[in-house]
Write a new protein. Structure first.
Length: 51
């Protein structure tokens, strides 16, 4: 989960927006449920989806 969120963040920063969004859509609900809404991985995935 954390790796998905981190990879999605990296892909966004390198201009690969479509792939980043796909990963973030998978990662966000898992991170939120398992790690909690305030965990850095959850927030990273959320940030990718908001961009």
């Amino acid at each position: 989960m954390e790796n998905y969120a981190g990879l999605a963040d990296y892909l966004t920063r390198t201009g690969q927006r479509d792939e980043a969004e796909r990963l973030a859509r998978e990662a966000f609900p898992l991170c939120e449920r398992i790690l909690g809404p305030d965990h850095p991985a959850t927030l990273r995935a959320c940030r990718v989806l908001e961009a």
